[in-house]
Design a protein around this ligand. Structure first.
Ligand SMILES: CC(C)(COP(=O)(O)OP(=O)(O)OC[C@H]1O[C@@H](n2cnc3c(N)ncnc32)[C@H](O)[C@@H]1O)[C@@H](O)C(=O)NCCC(=O)NCCS
Ligand SMILES: Nc1ncnc2c1ncn2[C@@H]1O[C@H](COP(=O)(O)OP(=O)(O)OP(=O)(O)O)[C@@H](O)[C@H]1O
Length: 214
C-alpha cells in the first residue's frame, strides 16, 4: 500500500483533497483523530500526561482526561506545550504505525492518505510514508472559506498562528496542490497525481527519495 501524508493549513482544502482521493480508491486516516485516540481512558499516554500535568486531570470514575483543563495547563507557556507534545508524539507515532498496518492488512485500497494538520510536529513520522503532498491556498481565501463554514475569524487567526507556514509546507512537500481555483481545478491536479503514480505502479520514486528531508 502506497502511503502519503496530506498536509495543509486550516481551510486550505485537505479534507476536499482527501475526499477526491477517496473517490479515486484511497483509504483515509485523520491524524487529529489518531492523536485524540492516544488519550483514551486509562491508556499509557493518559497516565504519562497525568503524571506530568496533574493526576487531578483524570476522572477517577471513567479514567477520562479533562482535555480543556489539560490544554489550559499545557499551553500556558511554549515550554509546557512542547513538553506535552514530547510526551504524546511517541504514542501518536506508534498508533499511526498500527493504524497503517491495519489498513495495509485489510488489503483493499492501493493508497492510504493521512491528513496532517501540523506537519512540523510529525517530522519523526515521515519515514512511515512514501510521499508528502500538501495543499496550499492564499490566506485571505482560506479565511473566507473558513468563515463560509461558520468559523469565527479570531479562532481562524489563532489556529493559523499555531500552524507551519506555507514556506515550510512547500519545502517539505514532494507535491503541492494549488487550491486557488474551483474544486474542479483542484480535482484535476489530484487526478493527474493519481494517474502518474498509478502508471509508476505505486512505487516510491528514487527521485523523491532524496527530495524530502526524512
Ligand atoms: C491538549 C489537547 C488534548 C486538547 O485537545 P482538544 O481537542 O480538546 O482541543 P484543541 O487541540 O483544539 O486545543 C484547545 C485549545 O488549545 C489551544 N492550542 C492547541 N494546540 C496548541 C499549541 N500547540 N500551542 C498553544 N495553544 C494550543 C487552541 O487554541 C485551542 O483553543 C490536545 O491539543 C493535545 O493533546 N495536544 C498535544 C498533542 C499535539 O499537539 N498533537 C498534534 C500533533 S499530531
Ligand atoms: N476550490 C475550492 N473552491 C471552493 N470552496 C472550497 C474549495 N476547496 C475547499 N473549499 C471549501 O473550503 C472549506 C475548507 O476546505 P476543507 O474542509 O477541505 O479544508 P481543510 O484543510 O480540511 O480544513 P481544516 O483544516 O479546518 O480541517 C470547505 O467548506 C470546503 O468545501
Amino acid at each position: 500500500m502506497y502511503k502519503v501524508f496530506l498536509a495543509g493549513g486550516i481551510a486550505s482544502g485537505k479534507s476536499t483533497v482527501a475526499r477526491i482521493l477517496e473517490e479515486l480508491g484511497a483509504s483515509r486516516i485523520d491524524l487529529d483523530q489518531v492523536s485524540r485516540s492516544v488519550l483514551s481512558p486509562r491508556s499509557a499516554c493518559s497516565a504519562a500526561v497525568a503524571k506530568a500535568f496533574g493526576e487531578d486531570l483524570v476522572n477517577p470514575a471513567t479514567g477520562e482526561i479533562d482535555r480543556t483543563l489539560l490544554a489550559r495547563r499545557a499551553f500556558a507557556t511554549p515550554e509546557s506545550g512542547a513538553h506535552l507534545e514530547s510526551i504524546e508524539l511517541p504514542f501518536i507515532s506508534d498508533e499511526l504505525a498500527c493504524t497503517l498496518a491495519r489498513e495495509e492488512s485489510s488489503g483493499d485500497a492501493p493508497v492510504c492518505v493521512v491528513e496532517v494538520p501540523l506537519l512540523d510536529r510529525v517530522e519523526s513520522m515521515l519515514s512511515q510514508v512514501d510521499e508528502v503532498l500538501c495543499v496550499i491556498a492564499p490566506l485571505g481565501l482560506r479565511r473566507v472559506r473558513a468563515q463560509g463554514r461558520g468559523m469565527d475569524v479570531a479562532d481562524f487567526n489563532r489556529r493559523v498562528a499555531l500552524q507551519p507556514s506555507d514556506e515550510y509546507l512547500r519545502s517539505h512537500a514532494d507535491v503541492v496542490f494549488d487550491n486557488v481555483g474551483d474544486e474542479k481545478a483542484l480535482a484535476a491536479q489530484v487526478r493527474a497525481w493519481w494517474d502518474s503514480r498509478e502508471r509508476d505502479g505505486w512505487v516510491r520514486s528514487p527521485a523523491r527519495e532524496g527530495g524530502t528531508p526524512r
